[in-house]
Design a protein around this ligand. Sequence first.
Ligand code: FAD
Length: 398
Amino acid sequence: METIKTDIAVIGGGVIGLAASIRLRADGRDVVLIEPNEPGSGASYGNAGTVADYAILPVGTPAVLRNLASLLFNADSPLSIRKAALPTLLPWLMRFAYESLPHRYKDNASRIADLLSEAATEWLDMAAGIGASALLSGKGCLYLYQTPQSFRSASADIALRRQYGISQELLNPDEVLRLEPHLPPVEGGGLFFPNAINFTDPGIVMAEMAAAAKRAGVQFVRDAVKMIARERYGVKMVASHNIIHARAAVIAAGAYSGNLARQLGERVALDTERGYHLEFDMDTMPVERPVCPTHHGFYFCPMRGRLRVAGTVELGGINAPPNPRRLEVLLANARRVFPKLGEPSRTWMGFRPSMPDSVPVIRPSKGGKDVIFAFGHGHIGLTLAPRTARMVSSMLAA
Ligand SMILES: Cc1cc2nc3c(=O)[nH]c(=O)nc-3n(C[C@H](O)[C@H](O)[C@H](O)COP(=O)(O)OP(=O)(O)OC[C@H]3O[C@@H](n4cnc5c(N)ncnc54)[C@H](O)[C@@H]3O)c2cc1C
């Protein structure tokens, strides 16, 4: 066992831990980042790459609640559950159902909107700081609606976004095709977020973040924290090969953060929404920008040298292996839009760290601000990484 002493220990090297480390180092703090795998190789690697500052709606809404049973138990729906995981997931699901009620969902949307309000500019700054600006694209993002009725049922969501000042343009079917000529006709039309930006390769962004953190002097420790406890002058973490003493710690271990919080005496309702992606190597993309057929719950994402089809939700816990059926459904639905898609070159599953209200946990632990919680970012962790880092930095400075 090696003993390491530091000012700040960041547990977890996903996009949240990496962003927090970079920011804390820029504040002049000594930072040790503890991560057992390649930094950025968890959920942060395989996402859709959208800086989704328009995504103010929580996953749980009154409409989702109305259809929850049919959604969950239809293996082909965009939001499904592994039946074996149901008993374990029941408390999370009950809280999710409560958070989907009309008064809760509006409150959650308002908290998410507040967090997202500066996301794009904060990412433009961070990308410039780490030398990753060339990986950003600014062609907006497009939602598709299968039928006029599905477009009409999105009207409450559209009104809510308008209330928060999100730029969105309602497109008729012809306007959708003018924007994305390779799409098949989409009867219900689309919704265009003209100011949205996205990354063309989240994996490379993670590598650039890790490199920037190293250059700035963040010390990387390849290990997994097993135990965390307060001690007289700070926080002690026992990992597989190291004991780390820090004046303060940041828990940013994504979907794995709940166990660490519990060791400090706090129960958080964190679970995971498993998401999948398929990649098709190609030089000419069928879409110019991230395009989301809303009824399928995934994005077509043009990335460097490949089209990534990423999204959907499977409630199934962090231990079960990927579900091949979910990948089949993703492929079948992708081919409903682009029938000529061949076999995928790669497939992937990752664990979104998810709270039942879709609001991330970014706050000091109840036991004191020597431990900061920074997890539970669900569908918007890439988007919120710079904002989270700024919040963590000010909590530790105060
Ligand atoms: C299919 C899909 C599409 C998505 N699309 C988008 C999108 O377009 N835009 C967006 O903003 N977000 C998107 N997301 C969500 C986003 O990817 C996540 O919210 C974000 O990556 C979470 O980051 P994280 O750092 O909290 O978690 P992770 O990236 O999972 O990182 C957590 C890290 O902690 C480490 N760790 C775990 N346990 C320990 C331990 N005991 N000790 C030390 N380290 C530990 C893990 O190894 C891991 O590297 C998507 C997610 C998925 C799955």
